[in-house]
Design a protein around this ligand. Structure first.
Ligand code: SF4
Length: 431
């Protein structure tokens, strides 16, 4: 790792700890009143997966029908609660876990949102096995525009290490399914991961060829491998030690091949052949409401988190409340930093819009950050817009990796006291 990258990486870890610190959070917060001038995005979290992959630090639990059915029912109830509070949503993003784990329940939930809101765009995450199942028909009939398929790699040895080979099929099978599904939705996104410990550069090159030549994917999101405190040991045991010194080189390889194949960089790690939604919904929307267990919301300068206990979530919603259990007001400086991080992730930040939002204080307050970014030649500005340079794009990959790792550490903390509940599918806490 270049020395400057190492310094930036360490600084980012410290900065994230500050921004994501929930130690002064308020318990059982109430959602703020919606602002009628704002457009909101609705995020729904479906935390169930049939297999728990060793590298994954999302909020996910093993699927069980007896837990998932009441969960979907509660989610629809929670959607009605926030709708009655006056929130209007024009975009919906469903993530997990595996949202398509019960396609019928998901379709019913999407219908509930559509009945209550003028939703223009719907994006749903899924796994490769869903592409050849009824789930795809359900998504199509429910008017889903964008489907994001978690593939991670087409290399069978890596898929085996990830414990995904058996449940989701070989790289060749996944590629064939994706090829067949092309054209079924406005955007078919493929989620990939780079910098697995045993991922050779030749393996990455093969993945790139499959994506751009064989499948011709509409969109590819290339995530750097991210770790969290809870997954670090399992990851190392099952997949090896992560070497960050290779990350920049692998990223540059990806950027070269994707751009040679005619893909545009929509964000530091999302590449598209045509305009469409991107994976990081938080980039496009200043404010969003997250519903479901383990979802986060960002509203009116505050971050909110919903309970990570499925049982607690169902109980809260059944009693007529939302699932929110923690809320933290961010300082103005942290809000500006968050805005800078999210806007520049897409490659550019419009200073006029930033000043409309924060006043002229924006550049004055953030001058140390902006000066440091100029010093390492990560950004350039024409006075109206700040843009990432080529080297700035990689810096932003590191920034977002550290940001999401910080979110995962926060998830770990919030899961800590309900560890038994999530330890085994058969475990049922009577809490
Ligand atoms: S990577 Fe996807 S399928 Fe695997 S555990 Fe995480 S959310 Fe579930």
């Amino acid at each position: 790792m270049r020395f400057v990258d190492f310094l930036i990486d360490s600084a980012l870890r410290r900065a994230n700890r500050r921004v994501l610190n929930f130690s002064e959070a308020v318990e059982d917060p109430v959602l703020p009143r919606p602002d009628p001038r704002h457009r909101y995005l609705l995020y729904l979290h479906i935390p169930f997966c049939r297999v728990l992959c060793p590298f994954c630090s999302f909020h996910r639990v093993r699927f069980g029908r007896d837990r998932a059915e009441p969960y979907f029912e509660s989610l629809r109830r929670e959607i009605r609660v926030v709708s009655e509070a006056g929130y209007v949503f024009d975009e919906l993003y469903v993530g997990g876990g595996t949202p398509t784990v019960m396609p019928g329940e998901l379709a019913q939930t999407l219908r509930t949102v559509r009945e209550l809101h003028p939703v223009q765009a719907v994006s749903v995450e899924t796994n490769p096995d869903a592409i050849e199942s009824d789930a795809i028909r359900h998504l199509h009939d429910a008017g889903v525009n964008r489907v994001s398929v978690g593939v991670q790699s087409f290399d069978d040895a890596l898929l085996h290490e990830m414990q995904r080979l058996e449940p989701y099929g070989s790289g060749a099978t996944i590629a064939r399914r994706l090829k067949q599904a092309r054209g079924s939705f406005d955007t078919l996104n493929v989620d990939m991961i780079f910098n697995f410990p045993h991922q050779a550069e030749e393996s990455l090159d093969r993945d790139l060829e499959i994506l751009v030549t064989e499948i011709g994917a509409d969109q590819v999101s290339w995530y750097p491998l991210m770790t969290a405190a809870s997954t670090r040991r399992t990851l190392q045991k099952d997949m090896g030690r992560v070497d960050y010194s290779r990350e920049r080189r692998l990223y540059e390889r990806i950027v070269r091949r994707m751009s040679d194949a005619g893909y545009r960089r929509d964000s530091a790690w999302c590449f598209s052949r045509k305009p469409g939604l991107v994976d990081e919904y938080i980039v496009d929307h200043d404010e969003y409401v997250g519903l479901g267990s383990g979802a986060f919301s960002y509203l009116d300068g505050s971050v909110y988190a919903s309970t990570f206990s499925i049982n607690h979530y169902v109980r809260l919603v059944t009693s007529g409340s939302t699932g929110l259990t923690l809320g933290r007001v961010m300082t103005e400086r942290d809000r500006m930093r968050y805005y800078l991080l999210m806007r520049l992730f897409s490659g550019s930040l419009d200073l006029v819009t930033a000043q409309e939002k924060f006043g002229v204080r924006f550049q004055k307050t953030l001058w140390p950050e902006l000066a440091a970014l100029r010093l390492v030649r990560a950004i350039r500005s024409d006075g109206m817009t700040i843009k990432l340079t080529d080297s700035g794009y990689y810096l932003w990959v590191m920034m977002m990796r550290e940001f999401f790792s910080g979110v995962s550490d926060l998830r770990d903390e919030m899961r800590h006291h309900i560890a038994d509940e999530h330890a085994h599918p058969a475990d049922r806490l009577a809490n």
